[in-house]
Write a protein that binds this ligand. Structure first.
Ligand code: SF4
Length: 385
């Protein structure tokens, strides 16, 4: 398959792995955070950690959109469906994220809530057109990739003069989250999470370009390499990061030139800034309140803002005590550090958000990596009497 097979070629992957092994400096450890859930999935699926040098440590970051959604936001959507009789529309993975009182959107649907899975914001708009007598709320989540379609849906709703459509906006921003991680005590003071550089997200960067990462690469002296999602993309990005670290550089480099430019998609950015403005603070699961890290709907489009329309008040809710998602999202722990990984918490019965989407660190490790951590013990065969 053109443009896919080229980036999954095993012989080329081995050559890049050999190059990384040749270029890592003796005795030195390299820790790189892949911010994006798509990269987490690729690293687990293709066994990239096992291919590259043992001196390279990949740290999962908070780049899975359903993983970072705090319980309190899901509770708001559930309340809209169960208490206000609203049709709530959202993406499939969002429906399975655990919320308060043992509920999730899918369990609330089983209790009679009219909650519908959609593939796009436009689908939610269509449902609003088809149900003029009902209120329809699109529960919008995700990073900069999914924000332009939500903006477009709001502009379309305005053009069509729809009276029954609004958006519960939970869109978050990548660069502020990376800055927040670099400011966290674990990285700055405790040194428990050494970070030498970042693999920058693919889809997000198509929209925002590579320019937004330049400030913190310079200020925090951390290299960033933006990479595509295929295994060779990720391995090439690791090699580029190793080279930057070896030469003491901290620049933004772009491995994904086939899709990402320095300025990104200006048309999409203009549409987003027309409809949305920055929130002063937003709670992320695992990271707590992160300043200027999310978007809300501008007052000019207030009629399409579900938070105003239904007078919703956000209430933070702590995670399940057994769940280590917060530490995993900050790069402090790995999935296998969680006592209930793979036993009580599985993709069929997720206790924490990281087990829901295949971009979540726990789900990716459950699907592709869990057996590699188990020591193989060969027992000598005993002769039958
Ligand atoms: S295994 Fe489940 S409960 Fe534990 S950290 Fe992962 S998602 Fe959270």
């Amino acid at each position: 398959m053109k443009y896919i097979d080229e980036f999954r070629d095993g012989a080329t992957a081995q050559k890049i792995a050999d190059r990384i092994a040749a270029e890592v400096q003796p005795g030195k450890r390299y820790s790189f955070m892949e911010f994006c859930g798509g990269h987490t999935h690729a690293i687990s699926r293709y066994g990239i950690s096992g291919m590259v040098s043992e001196q390279v440590n990949m740290v999962h970051g908070p780049g899975c959109p359903v993983c970072v959604l705090p319980i309190g936001r899901i509770d708001l959507a559930i309340r809209l469906a169960l208490e206000s009789g609203v049709i709530v529309c959202t993406y499939g993975d969002t429906m399975r994220v655990p919320a308060s009182d043992g509920l999730s959107l899918i369990k609330a649907k089983a209790r009679g809530g009219d909650i519908r899975m959609v593939y796009s914001a436009t689908d939610a708009l269509t449902i609003a057109q088809q149900n003029p007598e009902r209120e329809v709320v699109f529960f919008a989540i995700g990073f900069e990739t999914t924000t332009p379609p939500t903006a477009l849906a709001i502009l379309e709703a305005q053009r069509m003069e729809l009276q029954n459509f609004s958006v519960l906006c939970s869109h978050v921003l990548t660069p502020s989250a990376i800055t927040h991680i670099l400011e966290s005590p674990e990285v700055r003071q405790y040194g428990t999470v050494p970070l030498d550089g970042f693999i920058g997200p693919a889809h997000v960067s198509i929209v925002i370009g590579s320019r937004p990462y330049e400030g913190f690469a310079r200020d925090y002296r951390k290299p960033v390499v933006i990479a595509g999602f295929e295994p060779l993309d990720v391995m090439q990005a690791i090699l580029m990061l190793v080279r930057q670290v070896n030469s003491g550089r901290h620049e933004v480099e772009n491995e994904f030139t086939r899709a990402v430019t320095r300025d990104g998609n200006l048309q999409a950015q203009a549409m987003v800034s027309k409809v949305f403005e920055l929130r002063t603070s937003f709670e992320w699961r695992g990271l707590g309140e992160v300043p200027y890290s999310a978007l809300k709907i501008r007052p000019a489009y207030a009629t399409f803002d579900a938070e105003r329309r239904f007078d919703l008040t956000y209430k933070p809710v702590p995670d399940n005590k057994a769940c280590e998602c917060g530490a995993i999202l900050r790069g402090v722990k790995k999935p296998t550090d969680c006592k209930i990984f793979g036993t009580v918490c599985t993709p069929e019965n997720p206790v924490g958000s990281c087990m829901v989407s295949n971009e979540g660190a726990c789900a990716a490790h459950y699907a592709y990596g869990r057996f590699k951590d188990i020591a193989v013990v060969v027992q000598p065969a005993t002769a039958a009497n």
